[in-house]
Design a protein around this ligand. Structure first.
Ligand code: ADE
Ligand code: ZN
Length: 333
């Protein structure tokens, strides 16, 4: 059976690797800049979008942090999150676990409460309106210090019931997971679920460290695991989920083009792979576009698409009841 748009659309989707700041579309960035009187170093939406040519992770992060400067009020964070959830509804995404980077905002003088309350209110409204279930994951910025991560964890304390997990993102190379061993141990003790970006640009060694020194349950990206056979064997045996982001990997030149992406190979080797959009406003694709591009370049079978969908449901931090509900919606083929 051929894989068509209708089949991909029908799959109940779960997004596990999505930076909410990475969903800020140029149009909304300009609207918020005007609303908040923030100057942007671009004259137009088109000029800004034309600047989205990245050589690597850092060249993207520089623009991504600059873009976030227009987010000031709780309503701004609400509008940002709501716009993303509208895309989820269009793409049949039914469960989301959203990353946010509080340090990007608190370092500019924005209150932690402003950020999380805006995000949370939009998620709540989308759950009411479209039954999209959700979790919120707080990410430490790895280019900052572990002391700053611990201070952020302390700031999160009053909002703990709204935060399901702790993650680690930003500039990977030179900032190995072990730098955050104490912060992750503290987070674990406080009952948070744990994830970390590793093996995106950084080496397979960082994936080992994330597992062994941070005790994470999922690896964000992880595509470089193939450089280490022993690591691949462990990831397969333990069925540790990898939240892979195909369009992101191509736009940040982790792979030169989609046809070179190792997602199909990872799947065929028995790794628990999932598909996610990472920073869709910057990389040109929400969930369906990632599915579409993967299918066009790699040509997966129906069984492989169902496996990817099942993987994402099982890898999520949703309740067992919610997971069962989502699994039931998988097409029977
Ligand atoms: N922050 C936002 N997107 C990221 C990515 N793909 N890798 C690391 N940090 C990020
Ligand atoms: Zn990411």
């Amino acid at each position: 059976m051929t894989i068509d748009h209708a089949f991909l659309q029908s799959l109940p989707k779960v997004e596990l690797h999505l930076h909410i700041e990475g969903t800020l579309e140029p149009e909304l960035m300009f609207e918020l800049a005007q609303r908040n009187n923030v100057a942007l170093p671009f004259d137009s939406v088109d000029q800004l979008r034309a600047a989205y040519q990245f050589n690597d992770l850092q060249s993207f992060l520089d623009l991504y942090y600059q873009g976030a400067s227009v987010l000031l009020t709780e309503q701004d964070f609400y509008d940002l999150t709501w716009a993303y959830l509208e895309r989820c509804q269009q793409d049949n995404v039914q469960h989301v676990e959203i990353f946010f980077d509080p340090q990007t905002h608190t370092d500019r003088g924005i209150a932690f409460a402003t950020v999380i309350n805006g995000i949370k209110r939009a998620l709540h409204d989308a759950q009411q309106q479209w039954q999209i279930s959700y979790g919120i994951i707080l990410c430490f910025l790895r280019h900052l210090s572990e002391e700053q991560a611990l201070a952020t964890l302390a700031q999160a304390e009053p909002f703990k019931q709204h935060i399901i997990g702790i993650g680690l993102d930003s500039s990977e190379v030179g900032h190995p997971p072990q730098k955050f061993a104490r912060a992750f141990a503290a987070a674990k003790q406080q009952g948070y679920r744990l994830v970390a970006h590793a093996g995106e640009e950084g080496p397979a060694e960082y994936i080992w460290e994330a597992l062994q020194q941070l005790s994470v349950e999922r690896i964000d990206h992880g595509v470089r695991c193939v450089d280490d056979e022993e690591l691949v064997a462990l990831l397969v045996n333990e069925q540790i989920p990898l939240t892979v982001c195909p369009t992101s990997n191509v736009r940040l030149k982790v792979f030169e083009q989609m046809s070179e992406h190792n997602l199909k190979q990872l799947l065929e080797r028995g790794l628990k792979v999932t598909i996610n959009s990472d920073d869709p406003a910057y990389f040109g694709g929400y969930m369906m576009e990632n599915y579409r591009q993967v299918e066009a370049a790699l040509g997966l079978s129906t069984a492989q698409w169902l496996q990817l969908s099942r993987n994402a449901i099982e890898a999520s931090f949703a309740s067992p009841e919610r997971k069962a509900e989502l699994l039931e919606q998988l097409p029977q083929r």
